[in-house]
Design a protein around this ligand. Structure first.
Ligand SMILES: C[S@@+](CC[C@H](N)C(=O)[O-])C[C@H]1O[C@@H](n2cnc3c(N)ncnc32)[C@H](O)[C@@H]1O
Length: 407
């Protein structure tokens, strides 16, 4: 039988207290998340494939939630302990002073990731943590909070690996990829965090034109507009997990939001053009851009990609074509990929050309030499962001061994 000490762990919470913070992201986005976290002034203590760990205060945590473009969740470590059984999990979880964080009127959701031979069912582990939380609050306050799967209120994460457990307060609540602007997803939309990571990988800052043919529901163009404006993506959201913490400092949060609003540009210095052949896609993209507050900055048009206007003097052009899941699709798409290659070569000289695809066989049909292949994941599909340097005629001539004869 396992014995546990009957102690209460009090969680201090003032502006200068540093906590261990774990920030998670999708596979493939870690390099961009690392850059973002460092740019916000934090030193990385740990960096791995799906996140980073830093030490930071609750003020920092709020800023991270507001500013990070590629993160899923910002989580505060509450407790880490040895654990060999569900009973031990319950006893350890019950030592945490939940009543200092969670009002009995709140609603709690527990998310579990379990990789231990101790139990097979991760739902059961989540239930034990949920029981510990509500039992403790009921004992201290005489009333128990509600609990269930909804992530709109208090969210607690349990990670159980072999004989070690970590319990976190998830200060984001819903994933940060849910920016709340995409009311109309259309077909195969990119997750917002992935679209932001892809735009960061193109080194786009808004100084030159951005062209996004095949824009679908507009995620790449909208994330690009947010980057170009220097606008914090979290300004679009009204609800975060940290707001449901009894120790939430509303004044500090308002000050952080005010500061973010001040640094925002009102306009993009260069054009953003987004087109799609499907009128329904453009309707959805316009609606989403309007919800995100960037519709005036993006020029939308229904047309075949080959009829997209390409402003002179270079910029960035990015395609996210379909990858083709059925054989018939692949045959049809081969021609589209070939046409994309011709279009880039003939119409986009001087541009940095990018194609985001999960089908490298189809990508070969583009027929241009890639200068970079950046790995990403779209859900479970391994993808690449392919970069093509689309030189102007002059550069081509210089590289041509016969060029000197022509000049
Ligand atoms: C994978 S979706 C793009 C998804 C988009 N990145 C998003 O986040 O919503 C591909 C888009 O290409 C469009 N498309 C397919 N063929 C096209 C063509 N010949 N010209 C322009 N758009 C095309 C489709 O209508 C579809 O919206």
């Amino acid at each position: 039988m396992t014995t546990t000490r009957r102690t209460t762990k009090t969680i201090r919470h003032d502006a200068s207290t540093p906590y261990t913070i774990s920030i998670t992201c999708a596979r493939g986005l870690a390099p961009f998340l690392q850059q973002e976290v460092e740019a916000l002034g934090h030193e990385l203590r740990v960096a791995h494939e799906t996140g980073v760990e830093i030490r930071a205060t609750m003020r920092d945590v709020m800023r991270l939630n507001l500013w990070l473009r590629t993160a899923f969740s910002v989580m505060v470590l509450l407790e880490e302990f040895e654990c060999r059984s569900p009973d031990e999990l319950y006893a350890n979880a019950k030592k945490i002073a939940w009543e200092e964080m969670i009002s009995p009127d709140e609603y709690v959701s527990v998310i579990t990731r379990v990789d231990t031979p101790t139990i097979k069912n991760s739902t059961f582990a989540g239930l034990r943590v949920k029981d510990a939380i509500v039992d403790r609050i009921a004992k201290k306050k005489g009333q128990r909070p509600d609990a269930g799967p909804n992530r709109d209120n208090v969210v607690v994460n349990l990670f159980w690996k072999e004989e070690r457990c970590w319990l976190y307060l998830n200060t984001s609540g819903r994933k940060l990829s849910d920016r709340s602007y995409r009311r109309m997803p259309h077909r195969a939309p990119m997750q917002e965090t992935l679209a932001a990571g892809v735009m960061l990988a193109t080194d786009y800052h808004g100084d030159g034109p951005l062209i996004n043919p095949m824009c679908g529901s507009g995620t790449l163009a909208i994330e690009a507009a947010l980057i170009a404006l220097g606008r914090a993506p979290g300004l679009l959201r009204a609800n975060f997990g940290f707001m449901h913490d009894l120790r939430f400092d509303k004044d500090a949060w308002e000050a952080i939001r005010r500061e973010a609003r001040k640094t925002r540009r009102k306009d993009t210095p260069a054009r953003i053009i987004a087109t799609d052949i499907d009128p329904q896609a453009i309707r959805a993209a316009k609606k989403n851009a309007e919800t995100a507050g960037v519709h005036r900055l993006i020029e939308f048009r229904v047309c075949d990609f080959a009829d997209t206007e390409i402003p002179p003097d270079g910029g960035t052009i990015i395609f996210n074509p379909e990858y083709g899941e059925r054989l018939g699709d692949v045959t049809r798409l081969a021609e589209t990929y070939e046409r994309m290659g011709d279009f880039l070569k003939q119409k986009c000289a001087g541009y940095g050309g990018y194609i985001f695809t999960g089908n490298l066989d189809l990508a070969k049909k583009i027929g241009l030499r890639t200068s970079r292949k950046i790995p990403f994941f779209n859900a479970k599909i391994e993808c690449r962001l392919l970069k093509y340097e689309l030189y102007t005629g002059t550069r081509k001539k210089r590289d041509d061994p016969h060029a000197s004869e022509q000049v």
